[in-house]
Design a binder for this molecule. Structure first.
Ligand code: FPP
Length: 279
């Protein structure tokens, strides 16, 4: 008997997942800007927190689905540095929701072999949230499945500023020479040290901004904007995003011919120059 799973039956769901695994590469790292909780609530005449609560349901479904399709890293922008400027009441409700979600979900995440990590200025979070977070990180540290990064009190500029400070101290103490600074050194000093850059950035609710998320790390990520509000963004929407990703050609600044490993034909460089210069 088929059990319902969103609007899919479980069989259909498995078929969709298998198809995605066969048709192309599953992104190794997906980063998500979860947006639209407030609008979702407003459309229903509910308080904003109702949107955040429903947003937790989407987090649950997306985490589970990422694990099932073989995504290795998932980074969720759960609370930005700028979000501290929201009304006090909303901030404290969000913190309570986060604390409860961590407390209620850690066992299930552990059963699903998910490893929890956090990036951001964690010390700024209320002590109770920090305690739940550290407990989730500690309890799941041996897990080998999906690595879930929660970006909390996080911003890309905060991350880069910290990295620059660390590098400056290392120069000061003679550990590194300014001439040695390169992409790799910078990446190694960011909070995402050791994590591959996101292959796919998803933003929900139709906004076209990066909003101070992983500024350095998103340099070559494919961007997928969904009009769906975060509380309605579930596995079917994720499948659409992965489908779309699989149709993209990732050139990393190169030309298509280099990607297919075909040797450029004689005169190719000349023709390319002619083409781009319009001569
Ligand atoms: C953006 O919607 C969403 C947030 C600022 C918070 C996201 C938090 C959650 C989904 C809950 C906790 C997460 C975890 C990881 C358990 P918005 O309020 O900016 O919506 P709007 O743009 O429609 O106002």
């Amino acid at each position: 008997m088929n059990t319902r799973c969103g609007t899919h039956t479980r069989d259909e769901d498995t078929r969709t997942q298998n198809r995605l695994k066969e048709t192309g590469n599953i992104p190794v790292h997906i980063a998500i800007i979860m947006d639209g909780n407030g609008r979702w609530a407003k459309q229903r005449g509910l308080p904003r927190i109702a949107g955040h609560k429903e947003g937790v349901e989407s987090v649950r479904d997306i985490v589970e689905t990422c694990g099932q399709v073989g995504v290795q890293y998932l980074t969720l922008y759960a609370f930005s540095t700028e979000n501290w400027k929201r009304p006090k009441e909303e901030v404290s409700m969000l913190m309570r929701l986060l604390m409860r979600a961590l407390r209620d979900e850690t066992d299930k995440l552990h059963q699903k072999n998910v490893r929890v990590h956090a990036i951001g200025n964690i010390q700024e979070l209320p002590q109770k949230v920090q305690d739940e977070l550290l407990d989730a990180i500690e309890r799941t540290k041996e897990n080998t499945g999906l690595k879930l990064y929660l970006a909390l009190s996080y911003s890309g500029r905060w991350d880069l500023t910290n990295a620059i400070k660390k590098i400056a101290f290392e120069i000061d103490s003679g550990k590194i020479n300014p001439e040695q600074i390169n992409d790799q050194i910078i990446s190694q000093h960011l909070s995402t040290q050791g994590v591959p850059d996101p292959d796919l950035l998803i933003r929900t609710s139709g906004e076209l901004r990066i909003s101070n998320f992983l500024l350095w790390q998103l340099a070559y990520s494919e961007i997928y904007i969904s009009d769906v509000l975060w509380p309605n963004f579930r596995r079917n929407e994720l499948y659409e995003a992965i489908d779309d990703f699989q149709k993209r050609e990732r050139r990393f600044g190169m030309v298509s011919e280099q990607l297919t490993k075909k040797k450029p034909q004689a005169g190719y460089a000349k023709r390319l120059i002619k083409h781009v210069s319009g001569l």
